[in-house]
Design a protein around this ligand. Structure first.
Ligand code: ADP
Ligand code: MG
Length: 566
């Protein structure tokens, strides 16, 4: 501690590079401060420091970290308290560039495995980013002293050293409850559960917070189930969706897409007060949509697309610029390739010709001239042959009534089970369309070749998440805008980190399929943690959160430099 103070006084007023001498570990009264990385200048991305708090200063109870889930929630609530203390902190540091900037990778509405805070039962580590203060390009040692000896200690005092056991226990209990719901889902073959009282709509298109004055969710009687939850007296009731084919119908603006989006997001767990804390979905549910313009590399889309005009091979389809229907077919096939067990589809983001074709069109454009086998002719095979469920929003066509196992109608945001009525209508007005009833077809099992990944940019190697939906790899951008279940930029950073790691460690040189590669990645995260993908896993690993295998695959699949072989 004294050493840090005297060093700061020594380098005060000197060139900014002098800060490099701070790299190291300093003992404070209640914690160690590790300065892992020092920025090159005041305008560069901020320096990385860790606060390491031993158990005697912050006793972590065993039961808080019992099991993976509880541990993640305990770490998450601590990260939230640090973020809150940073927001509340009044003291400021003056200077040029990023002087005095202080941040933690604060969690949003989801509770994700992230590197911001980790606790292992003997110590708790808090990862911060800090802009070391400067005047112009000279070290401002006084302000740095204030930062390390006043501001950071204050923030620790107001977060980790004052967080109440109750606050942590509330998170731990939520972890238990969400796990209990997942367990009930598994036992009963439900692919989604939406609790009565859940708030599904969001404040706005760009906000992830609950809409105030929303109509709370209310389950239809036919789908209502009740689950006994720990830490709660009353059982929780709500709507369960069984495996199979669910079609969501209803008038425009009655809340169909809102319900589907909540189901999409239910692969993640949300905090209390989010409104979706008891909305959970099959962890292997993947939203598939049209995404014209995307790159496709050797995907077998022949179950849906055949006989393209120029004789292109759709069993190994590649393009730099997919159309609406070919991109949606690709998205379905790629999700299946890596293990999706539920597909989520909204008419709003689908290619019409991929979803439906009615009798009249079948008459006019003969089968031989139509490359597309619409999804409606494959949805039952998905269920019957591959045990893949579908939840589909379709307000514009009743053709799916025949295939549906259940039909849910939204009426002013309230769902009703109208399966019987829909089936009656289907038999009263039989669809005259010709149903093509072939088996589903084959799914690719591709291997990405080592030269797919190239992070070189001049002499430097660089893979970087620019924002939530963009990764820069060497000279190319990977566009993730339409990958809708990527929710946190820290997940994107983790994916970038994984790509870099795969390249550096030559993972693609070994003969394994994309699917096996994802298994390996998941095993490494499970056993060694997110930080094990970074160059210095025992230091500040950067601001990372865990992505799903589907979003890692989605990134590789959109790589414009991808090369695929057997
Ligand atoms: P649809 O897909 O059926 O056309 P949306 O899901 O897009 O309808 O919803 C239309 C509007 O209604 C959106 O602005 C949405 O935020 C709002 N909304 C959805 N569900 C609710 C609800 N339960 N309470 C209040 N507003 C809602
Ligand atoms: Mg809609």
């Amino acid at each position: 501690m004294q050493k840090l103070r005297s060093t700061l006084r020594n380098i005060d007023g000197k060139g900014y590079k002098g800060y490099k001498s701070l790299q190291g570990i300093f003992q404070f009264q209640q914690y160690k401060l590790a300065i892992d990385y020092v920025q090159g200048d005041p305008f560069a991305s901020p320096s990385k420091v860790r606060i390491i708090v031993p158990n005697k200063a912050f006793p972590v109870r065993k039961e808080w970290i019992q099991g993976k889930q509880r541990k993640i929630y305990t770490e998450d609530v601590i990260a939230r308290s640090v973020a809150q203390a940073i927001r509340n902190n009044q003291a400021t540091v003056r200077g040029s560039g990023k002087s005095g900037l202080l941040s933690i990778d604060a969690p949003g509405q989801e509770i994700l495995d992230r590197t911001a805070v980790t606790t292992d039962g003997s110590q708790t580590t808090i990862c911060l980013s800090v802009g070391l203060p400067a005047n112009g390009r000279r070290i401002n040692g006084r302000e740095a002293e204030k930062l390390f000896f006043q501001i950071i200690p204050d923030i620790m005092k107001q977060s980790i050293f004052s967080i109440k056991n109750d606050e942590i226990e509330a998170f731990v209990q939520l972890a238990d409850q969400q796990e209990a719901i997942r367990k009930a889902m598994k036992e009963n073959n439900w692919i989604a559960f939406i609790a009565d009282g859940a708030i599904l709509p969001r404040e706005s298109g760009i906000s992830n917070r609950p809409l105030k004055k929303a109509v709370p969710f209310q389950s239809p009687e036919e789908n209502r189930v009740s689950i006994d939850l720990p830490h709660r007296d009353e059982p929780l009731t709500g709507m369960a969706l069984k495996q199979g084919i669910t079609v969501i119908v209803g008038g425009g603006y009655h809340g169909k897409s809102t319900l589907l989006t909540a189901i999409e997001r239910g692969v993640y767990h949300h905090i209390k007060g989010d409104g979706r804390e008891y909305v959970l979905t099959d962890l292997n549910a993947v939203k598939v949509r049209a995404e014209d313009g995307r790159k496709v590399t050797h995907v077998n889309i022949s179950p849906f697309i055949n006989n393209l005009p120029h004789g292109e091979d759709t069993a190994q389809f590649s393009t730099e610029n997919a159309s609406g229907s070919t991109s949606q077919a690709t998205n379905v096939m790629e999700a299946l390739e890596v293990g999706a067990s539920t597909l989520l589809i909204d008419e709003d983001t689908s290619a019409t010709n991929f979803m439906i074709r009615d009798q009249r069109m079948q008459e006019l454009v003969v089968k031989e001239k139509e490359p597309i086998t619409p999804f409606i002719d494959k949805i039952s095979q998905l269920r019957n042959e591959l045990q893949v469920s579908t939840v589909l929003v379709m307000g514009g066509s009743g053709d799916y009534f025949d295939a549906a196992d259940q039909v849910i109608m939204l009426d002013e945001y309230i769902p009703h089970n109208v399966t019987e009525k829909a089936k009656e209508i289907a038999s009263q007005f039989p669809s005259q369309r010709k149903h093509i009833d072939k088996s589903f077809g084959t799914i690719s099992n591709r291997r990405f070749l080592p030269n797919s990944l190239d992070s070189r940019k001049g002499k430097k190697s660089k893979v970087q998440a620019k924002e939530l939906d963009k990764i820069l790899m060497g000279r190319v951008d990977i566009d993730l805008q339409q990958v809708e279940q990527l929710v946190d930029v820290s997940q994107t950073r983790m994916i970038a980190q994984i790509l870099h790691h795969l390249e550096q460690k030559g993972w693609l040189k070994q003969k394994r399929s994309l699917n096996e590669l994802l298994d390996e990645i998941e095993i490494q995260i499970d056993t060694n943690g997110l930080a094990s993908f970074t160059p210095r896993p025992h230091e500040h690993p950067g601001e990372l959160a865990r992505p799903r295998r589907y979003e890692i695959a989605a990134t590789l699949n959109r790589l414009r430099t991808a090369k695929v072989g057997d």
